[in-house]
Design a protein around this ligand. Structure first.
Ligand code: APR
Length: 231
């Protein structure tokens, strides 16, 4: 068995499901309630910024009230106590990894941050954002949620790919494997010769690419998985 010096973990909405935050593609999920093209594209924001702000204001409020569950807490424990490096990449924007004490890489942005569409300045978002919100740096009325929308480039990709190319283990937790580039991370890790494991309630679109599968709710499976890694 290869020594494990670096673990890369990718989390998706499923890890926050048991904290009460909806996922996107499960039964009744966010994309069943809202059309992506109405709330999660730059065109949507240009066409109807009020609708987009209202969508993210509701999610920002809900995320602020949510608590990390045992899965988030276990990953923070792994990151603190594992003798090697644990690179925690998240597609989630809810801030629950930080609340649990972990340091995630936010590849899809964060609900708690705002971005100026004119000068790229970033700052802590207020609880509610509204049309015409001004940028504290350039004062243009072009503030938007600091969320990576469909059609935009995810953040920190160079750092993420470098970690994938040198990791000994890759784990995907609570993600459907339907959105790239995150869905392709497992192939990158396999090419690096890493062990690959998927922790999910059910099969995902990328299950075929993983060597190991741990099926069940993250709040149960992740703490047990972390205990084994720290044993
Ligand atoms: N424990 C473990 N896995 C779970 C749980 C749970 N309690 N509940 C749901 N899941 C799994 C589902 O089986 C599914 O595979 O979580 C996954 C959720 O999939 P999605 O809703 O598609 O969420 P995600 O994969 O994070 O979406 C990726 O798509 O819409 C964009 O930017 C958005 O970051 C998001 C990206």
């Amino acid at each position: 068995m290869r020594r494990i010096d670096r673990i890369v973990i990718l989390t998706g909405a499923g890890i926050s499901a048991e904290s009460g935050l909806g996922t996107f593609r499960d039964e009744g999920g966010l994309w069943a309630q809202h059309r992506i093209e109405d709330v999660a594209t730059p065109e949507a924001f240009a066409r109807n910024p009020d609708c987009v702000h209202r969508f993210y204001n509701a999610r920002r409020t809900q995320a602020a009230q949510a608590e990390p569950n045992p899965a988030h807490i276990a990953l923070a424990r792994l990151q603190s106590n594992f003798p090697g490096e644990v690179v925690l990449v998240t597609q989630n924007v809810d801030g629950l990894h930080e609340k649990a004490g972990a340091q995630p890489i936010h590849m899809h942005g964060q609900l708690s941050r705002a971005l100026c569409a004119s000068c790229d300045h970033r700052w802590d978002a207020p609880p509610e954002m509204h049309v015409g919100e001004t940028c504290p740096a350039c004062h243009a009325g072009s503030a938007r949620p600091d969320i990576v929308w469909f059609g935009e480039m995810p953040y920190h990709m160079e750092q993420i790919v470098a970690a994938l190319q040198t990791c000994d283990m890759f784990a995907a937790i609570g993600t459907s494997g339907q959105v790239y580039p995150a869905a392709g991370f497992v192939e990158e890790a396999r090419m690096a010769g890493a062990e690959t494991v998927e922790l999910n309630l059910r099969d995902s679109d990328m299950s075929h690419a993983f060597q190991k599968h741990i099926v069940g709710p993250a709040s149960k499976t992740v703490p047990l998985w972390v205990n084994r890694l720290l044993a």
